[in-house]
Structure formats: C-alpha cells, structure tokens
Design a protein around this ligand. Sequence first.
Ligand code: 13P
Ligand code: SF4
Length: 303
Amino acid sequence: MKEQMKNKILNLKADKKAVILAHYYAPAEVQELADHVGDSFYLAKIAKKSAADIIVFCGVSFMGESAKILNPEKKVLMPDLTADCPMAHMVAEGKIEEMRSKYDELAVVCYINSTAELKSKSDVCVTSSNAIEIVRSLPNKNIFFIPDRNLGRYIAEQIPEKNIILNDGCCPIHEAISVDELKDEKAKHPSALVLTHPECRAEVLALSDYIGSTSEIINYAKNSPALEFIICTEEGVAYKLTADNPDKHFYFPKTRPLCRDMKLNTLEKLLHVLETEENEVTVDGDKRASALSPLDKMLDLAR
Ligand code: 13P
Ligand code: SF4
C-alpha cells in the first residue's frame, strides 16, 4: 500500500515536472521521497533557483510563503496549508514601528521563521545557519531581532559589539527541551557529545558541545570521530543522522521534541496535492514585493 503510494507520487512528480522539497523535521517517509531535504536556508536557496513548474514544499507555511515570494511565477503547493510555525507570528502588533522610532539607525533582522507580513516590515532575513555572519556584517549598531528571543540572545552573545534588542517570541518545541532531561541523558551516556539548535533555552545551550542549525548539527555528527550524540532539536533529524552514520548512536531528551505542524506533511497529503494541485500558496502582490527584499538581501549577504 505504502509502496504503491510512493510510486504514484514519483510518477506524478515526473509527469508534472514538480520538485519536492522537505525540511529535516518532516516525516521520515517524506524525506525519503523528496528531491531536496535540508534546513531553512538550503531550501530557500533551492526554491529560488528551481527550474521545476511546481514546487511542493513539505514544511510549514513560512517556508512555502518564502518559496513563493522568491519564485512568484511558480506554483507552490503544500501538503497541508494549516502546517504553521507558531513562532512565526510572535511579534506584538506595532512593536517594529515602536522600535524604529525609539532607536536611531535600527536594522530589523527577521528570522526566516516569520510571516510574510513581518518580513515585509524588516530589513533583512536570516536563518539559524547564517544569522551570526549576516548580523555581524550589517553597518547598524542597533538591531531589533524578531521573533525568536533564544536565537537572538545566542547571536547577541557572539556579537557583543552590537546592541541587539530581543523580542519575546520562541519556538515552543525547542523551548520545552528540559535541562533536567538533558542532564539525565548526559548521565546515561557520559561520552556523548551534545549537539543543540540555537532555538533552545540558554541553560540547554550552556550544557552543549556544539550549537548549530539542523544541517550544521547533521554535518557535525558526520564529521566528528565521536560515536554517541545527544541531540537537542526536533526528532525528524534522526532520519538523516542514522542514514549517514549507521555505526553511531543518537539520543534525544526523554520528552522527544516533536513539531506537530511539520508532521502534518504525510505521504497521503503529498499524493493528494500532486494529484489535485490543491493547496496553492499565495502571497498578495504588495506584501510579496516588500517581503522579497529582505529575503534577497539574506541570499546576497550569506554568499
Ligand atoms: P533550521 O532548519 O534553519 O535549522 O531551522 C529549524 C526550524 O525550526 C525550522 O522550523
Ligand atoms: Fe516552528 Fe519550532 Fe516547528 Fe520549527 S520546530 S516549525 S520553529 S514550531
């Protein structure tokens, strides 16, 4: 049954000249079928240069929106249009305008995990794999970093010469990773290295051996001579980690971090959108035009 479904997806994809992009947090069987699997930055770059007629984005709405903004002439579909990132909305109404009037020469730096509306009011976008490089390169001393206070605080620690103003948003999944559960895992596996996403709380980062985006965590584990790792990010990365490193062991905190929105990207829904071409992502013209500039700036600065 599953095999039949997978074959149908692959045949439809070829017939319709579609490309399937999946984030590392998507279900393993979707990652297995996708043409490109990666972190937010890699997928944005792929979306920008894709020659396919249809992009099927197995991620959450800010990813589908970004693909559409970068590639407006393409049809961008999502298996489930309700797959959304709660953090993408976590900037209070009027906050950006308030900060712009309060601080001179302020740059509003927007984590890509944000709505098109928020991007359209920002100066530059970043992802967790390029945020430090991009913020450091900006001429502005005052930076308002939205929406993630955890990534913002981590960047501020790396770039003390900037005045980084934090916003009170966070990823509920990474925020919930417990220091006590991490300590328990460390006690059980004393030789394991702790690899952590910067969306986690400061106490979790303080116990980590390496901090990076999903791709950076995956690359680190592959290149490290260590054989055991405790992973502090969403459990979807386990698929790639175990595929790349069959002889290494990966452990997660006891309450396995799981993003329910990412898991809405099932094989059944992927097949359905390829068959029907429903669930098209749209971004209205004005918003698209003003959200394009910060995304393009990110792609330029991170080169
Ligand atoms: P990266 O893929 O950039 O590491 O971001 C993680 C994330 O939370 C995406 O939703
Ligand atoms: Fe958003 Fe967190 Fe899910 Fe990523 S893991 S999509 S940041 S809720």
